[in-house]
Design a protein around this ligand. Structure first.
Ligand SMILES: Nc1ncnc2c1ncn2[C@@H]1O[C@H](COP(=O)(O)OP(=O)(O)OP(=O)(O)O)[C@@H](O)[C@H]1O
Length: 388
């Protein structure tokens, strides 16, 4: 299926291991293979940075520039041309010309942007990486980040709600740590925290509900295991039971009552930062943390496939899917299920792996590249599909 949003050209300058790269993509499924350490993940990371946020590794901006010897990383830039049914647009990002290495600049169609808001309106990307193999074993923050990225693709303003909540919470933590009994200031911060927490959790809940409806339909996920997303979150539970304004009020009162406790603990016991999420493997009736690594990967794949279908329906374009080393974990039937699902999905996907042979069922469907040191070249075994 032709995706309504696809990356047709990527240009990198001094980005991680790439001094200068220009790559053109023409197919809805792009396969990049190469040996360990040649820069496959770096390429996906560069693509992930064309949307808002800190990208697939959550890296500091100053770490993204190419390092040569002991010198500090160079200023970097990446730009992408995106094709849509109403014409192309160009996004560029990189080190801001004025300011330190942590300052980032944004361009849309050659015009500098003050923030990434305009990008969030046009581009979304979702990824699965090898680092996420322990998503269900480690702390809740990784799961929350994954969940928030899914929400963000549906509702770009979600990022602002979460940031505003965290900002108010950091302010409250500071006041509590300093031991200043500034009740009016604390009350104002708690009011902001409560308001943004309820908005952020309501958006997470809405995403989970809509995602579960798509998962239950099963069309987007094909042969992947039937899955359901479950939020573990007191605010979400309260929102199920009563109106948002009442939940906000209860949260505000709870925060005010917790001041002494939160000061001693060094952080708030309630708020949007407490949401956790799991995926339920419905056939086994088990949460993801009790499933095997391969089953967990399959659950995550089912979720990103269903999510892409949901966003395509809701926003008219699907997020780019960046699937780093995902295929290696899947057995043969699941690999073929993934390839079939990707071919049917209205999303552009980028897959990486070390073994080109694994992707052979995609010959004729996908466009292939071999990554070498600082370059990528078309892979003759995966010519551009004729239909494009
Ligand atoms: N800032 C940087 N400057 C120059 N090189 C860098 C920088 N950051 C990372 N690299 C290099 O990039 C390479 C890692 O690239 P990447 O993680 O994309 O590899 P990969 O092809 O995905 O490997 P694998 O198959 O092992 O996952 C390493 O050789 C690393 O030294």
């Amino acid at each position: 299926m032709t995706p309504a949003l696809s990356l047709s050209r990527l240009i990198l300058r001094d980005f991680r291991s790439y001094a200068a790269l220009e790559a053109r993509f023409a197919a809805p499924v792009v396969v990049i293979t190469g040996e360990n350490g040649v820069g496959k993940t770096n390429l996906l990371e560069a693509i992930s940075l064309l949307g808002p946020g800190r990208g697939l590794r959550g890296a500091r901006m100053g770490d993204l520039g190419r390092r040569v010897g002991e010198a500090p990383p160079l200023p970097w830039a990446t730009s992408g041309r995106f094709e849509t049914p109403i014409g192309p647009f160009d996004i560029g990002t990189g080190t801001a010309p004025d300011g330190g290495p942590e300052r980032r600049a944004w361009m849309l169609d050659g015009v500098a942007q003050k923030s990434s808001t305009a990008l969030a309106e046009r581009v979304a990307a979702v990824w699965l990486t090898p680092q996420m193999d322990r998503l269900f074993q480690e702390g809740a923050s990784g799961r929350r980040r994954f969940l928030d990225r899914l929400v963000w693709a549906l509702e770009p303003a979600h990022a602002r709600e979460v940031a505003a909540h965290d900002h108010a919470m950091a302010g409250r933590n500071r006041v509590l740590a300093e031991g200043r009994g500034d009740a009016a200031w604390l009350a104002a911060l708690e009011e902001q925290m409560a308001r943004h927490a309820v908005a952020a959790v309501a958006a997470r809940q809405a995403l989970a509900r809509r995602l579960n409806a798509v998962l239950a339909g099963g069309q987007a996920t094909g042969a992947f295991p039937a899955a359901r997303m479950a939020l573990a979150c007191q605010i979400a539970a309260a929102l199920e039971a009563g109106p948002a304004l009442a939940v906000e009020e209860t949260l505000r009162e709870g925060l005010a009552a917790d001041r002494r406790r939160d000061a001693a603990a060094g952080g708030a016991a309630r708020g949007a930062h407490r949401t956790d999420m799991t995926l339920i493997h419905l056939e086994k009736d088990q949460p993801a943390d009790r499933c095997s690594t391969g089953e967990q990967k399959a659950l995550l794949v089912a979720v990103v496939l269903a999510h892409a279908a949901l966003i395509a329906e809701a926003r008219g374009f699907a997020p780019l899917l960046l699937l780093d080393e995902v295929v290696a974990h899947l057995d043969q039937p699941r690999r073929e299920a993934l390839f079939a699902a990707l071919a049917a999905l209205p999303a552009q996907s980028f897959l990486t792996g070390t073994d080109a042979a694994v992707f052979s069922p995609l010959s004729g469907l996908a466009e292939g590249f071999r990554a070498g040191a600082g370059i990528i070249v078309p892979d003759a075994d995966y010519p551009l599909p004729e239909s494009r």
